[in-house]
Design a protein around this ligand. Structure first.
Ligand SMILES: [Ca+2]
Length: 479
């Protein structure tokens, strides 16, 4: 009997259940999927002494750190849609943000106006099958506490998309304390808008719900999805708040070398007080550490219920770091096709994964769904084209990754990685790098190696052709 089965059997004996049930349970591992928001590639304590993240470090030290793990889009919504469907954004139809742009210019919507805006009505195509539905098929209890971001009309909300429980923000960003998105209330409990917890730091609320959920469901298979909005910038019209993430004072005190100060700047075309770079870093790091504390509560409960050995914990950031973050040594940031936009910090802990290992294999978030479906023994639908594969044997070190290429497109920004080659087009500017000896993308070979550049452009064009030929999906394609 392996270690995980053994401790589970002991656990079940303690609860007076037969070892036969224990074995049945052991074939259905729990899954905790933790996604942070805009966290930098280098912003983990294990990689950077400045960052206080003992619990994320624990996942790394007890599991595998993934150093070449990519998301499918360099910003929130399509990145999340891609790993929840296992399909490229261009295939599942969610290949841009569903957000109102007017707040970018300082505009405050009235409730009546907001009710008929794009942000209010857009959502993930209902024909797309999402990850939680696979879990429900396998008899799991499923919950999401945090940022949903795939539509706020009732039919798009998590409760209609495979989750038994939902507490969190429906759209792509909020003020951490008021839970409003540019003055519009955005926190939901189940299918209902709630302002009951207004004033409480939202990370603490997601922690509260996660702890309650594990207390209630530790003796049955569960899927807990924790998509934190931390350390994303705050969606508040006040320039002083909007220019940074938000952290409670107790967490900011942990970073005494960073000053909590504003400076004169401009916002919405007018002079305004905005966060200094130091304050941006301070709020950002405080938000990371507050999130890390919440993650610590989850890990501790898994230990207390003796289910850690039968629980897969997956962590990654939904895209590269933005303001206040460090993506070192990568070039670029959130929203760009350079590595700093799409290669993210990531780690997995689970049965069979060697503790403290490092995996440099080429992997992406598109691998998540097939990997989990395989672990929970739910067959994939042969009719649905998936863009990833079961990466578990790569995580355990038994196999090399079968991924050879990955493509990204956001309007006039495009990117391709084929083997160690990386091609980027940002508008009129094109770049070619060999990541094997230039991870930081400093040496642009686009003029020097025209044949290789042609091969990359042609691989990208083939991919785009395949996406165009896929069955149309809303909200963006003509369906
Ligand atoms: Ca994000």
């Amino acid at each position: 009997m392996n270690k995980s089965l053994c401790s589970l059997a002991c656990c079940f004996v303690a609860f007076g259940m037969s070892s036969a049930s224990a074995l049945a349970f052991a074939s259905t591992p729990n899954v905790v999927l933790i996604v942070s928001d805009d966290q930098g590639y280098a912003d983990l304590g294990v990689l950077n002494d400045e960052v206080i993240s003992p619990n994320l470090d624990r996942i790394v030290n007890e599991g595998v750190l993934l150093t070449s793990f990519y998301v499918a889009w360099p910003a929130c919504t399509p990145s999340r849609g891609a790993f929840l469907t296992g399909r490229y954004p261009q295939r599942n139809g969610m290949y841009d943000m569903i957000r109102n742009e007017a707040p970018d210019y300082g505009y405050k919507y009235t409730p009546d106006e907001y009710a008929v805006t794009w942000e209010r009505i857009g959502g993930m195509d209902l024909r797309e099958k999402l990850l939680p539905e696979y879990f429900q098929k396998a008899g799991y209890r499923t919950a999401i506490f945090g940022k949903w971001d795939l539509g706020m009309s009732r039919r798009f909300l998590p409760m209609q998309r495979g989750f038994n429980e939902f507490y969190g923000l429906v759209n792509t960003g909020i003020d951490y304390f008021t839970h409003e998105r540019y003055s519009v209330p955005s926190m939901y409990s189940g299918n209902q808008l709630t302002e009951e917890d207004k004033g409480t730091y939202c990370t603490d609320l997601f922690e509260r719900e996660a702890v309650r959920f594990i207390n209630e469901n530790h003796d049955r298979p569960f899927f807990l999805y924790l998509p934190f909005n931390a350390p994303h910038g705050a969606s508040n019209l006040d320039p002083a708040i909007r220019s940074a993430a938000q952290a409670p004072e107790e967490y900011k005190k942990l970073y005494p070398h960073l000053k909590d100060s504003l400076r004169k700047g401009t916002k919405y075309g007018k002079p305004a007080m905005v966060a200094t770079p130091e304050k941006r870093r301070l709020e950002y790091l405080g938000a990371v550490t507050a999130m890390d504390d919440a993650i610590g509560s989850v890990l501790k409960l898994l230990d207390e219920y003796q289910i850690a050995d039968n629980t897969i914990v997956i962590f990654f950031s939904d895209n590269g770091g933005g303001g206040g973050s460090s993506n070192s040594p990568l070039r670029g940031r959130k929203s760009q096709m350079f590595e700093g936009g799409v290669r993210v910090c990531a780690a997995v802990r689970g049965p069979g994964i060697p503790a403290g290992s490092i995996c440099d294999e080429f992997l992406t978030s598109l691998e998540l769904l097939p990997t989990i479906a395989s672990k929970i023994d739910v067959p994939l639908d042969p009719e649905t084209v998936l863009d990833g594969f079961d990466m578990w044997p790569v995580l355990t070190g038994e196999m090399e990754s079968q991924r050879k290429e990955m493509f990204w497109k956001r309007q006039n920004k495009e990117g391709a990685r084929v083997g160690s080659w990386k091609w980027v087009r940002h508008g009129d500017d094109q770049f070619l790098f060999n990541l094997d000896d230039d991870l930081a993308e400093q040496n642009n070979l686009i003029e020097q190696l025209p044949d290789q550049a042609d091969r990359m452009r042609s691989a990208f064009a083939n991919w785009l052709k395949e996406m165009d030929a896929a069955e149309p999906r809303g909200p963006f394609r003509d369906f």
